[in-house]
Design a protein around this ligand. Structure first.
Ligand SMILES: [Zn+2]
Length: 326
């Protein structure tokens, strides 16, 4: 028995596990069956992954204890800080960085560095030291690095290597001096739109049915989400952030640790409106013309109530009736 994949339109053998509309790493458990493994993996890389790695989502995931693909709850500092930095005034002065937000720790250790100009002329070996820096973790290892650099230049005599090391050892620079270190960090805040397009696409299919898949907007959403693009300019929609969410008609009682979505009639067509963990709200047009579709009986869904315990709560418990007065 084969099934049609709503992303590649190919047929596949049904899988045991469905595709998570909202990624498991964001606490999602609402699944649809019609996605093949290839598309599921592709969407994980280009749509779900960047959304989960958005800075605001990392902070949420850390506070809610939501594990990622690697089965680890993200550590925000570790996720955004690079693990290698350099001195502001010397790019060869490299440091390894180990950061942890959990125990508020930032360990910086200097890497050893050897830079020599070696001239070998028969038995005569001239060594000019450009840099000879011991690391801060294992300062004794600089000797081995020095000798291995010379061996690469053809100096293999152990006695010679020992003599050269003894004469140049004093050039080893102290790493305890204070340096200003540049630590690059990556704050991903503009790569998550494909994640929202993916969710809106799967929900629109869930509500509008299979004939929606041939809607021109659906085709454009497939292209954008699978390419990991931001959805503009051909897709119409908007993305709002926490400050604006209070005005939302989707009112949630439990402090916002919930994914909630609705299909809204909009300008003669349909839009999917969704809110993830009270942090983001997206409003994405999924059809310009509502007439080919039957208005779905169910027009809102609480996809998940996400708490530390992944508690599930019914729709009625969470949402007040939509108040049209304000
Ligand atoms: Zn597929």
């Amino acid at each position: 028995m084969c099934m049609l994949c709503i992303w590649c339109m190919g047929v596949f053998e049904p899988r045991k596990q469905g595709e998570h509309v909202v990624a498991k790493g964001l606490g999602g458990s609402f699944t649809i069956p019609n996605v093949c493994l290839t598309c599921d993996n592709r969407l994980g890389d280009v749509a779900d992954g960047p959304l989960m790695d958005h800075f605001a989502m990392l902070v949420k995931r850390a506070s809610l204890g939501l594990k990622g693909q690697n089965r680890v709850v993200p550590d925000v500092m570790r996720a955004i800080l690079a693990d290698v930095g350099t001195a502001a005034d010397d790019p060869t002065f490299r440091v390894d960085i180990d950061a942890s937000s959990r125990d508020r720790r930032l360990d910086v250790s200097v890497r050893p560095h050897v830079d020599l100009d070696v001239t070998v002329n028969g038995d005569d070996v001239q060594v000019q030291v450009n840099a000879l820096r011991a690391g801060s973790r294992h300062p004794e290892r600089v000797e081995a690095l020095f000798k291995s650099a010379l061996r690469k230049k053809g100096v293999t005599d152990q006695l010679k290597l020992d003599t050269l090391w003894a004469s140049l050892e004093d050039h080893v620079r102290d790493v305890s001096e204070r340096r200003l270190i540049d630590i690059p960090f990556e704050y991903r805040a503009d790569v998550h739109m494909a994640g929202f397009v993916k969710i809106a696409y799967e929900l629109a299919y869930h509500w509008l049915g299979a004939n929606w898949l041939s809607d021109p907007i659906a085709a454009e959403m497939r292209r954008c989400a699978l390419a990991g693009e931001d959805g503009s300019p051909k897709l119409t929609g908007s993305l709002r952030t926490a400050d604006e969410i209070r005005k939302s008609p989707l009112r949630v009682r439990n402090g916002g640790q919930t994914h909630v979505a609705a299909l809204c009639p909009f300008s003669g067509g349909y839009a999917v409106m969704m809110r993830l963990l009270d942090e983001f709200e997206a409003f994405i047009i999924v059809a310009d013309d509502a007439s080919p579709y039957r208005h779905p009986a169910q027009d809102a869904v609480v996809m998940d109530a996400v708490a530390r315990t992944h508690r599930h709560t019914s729709l009625g418990d969470l949402i007040r009736p939509i108040d049209t007065k304000d």
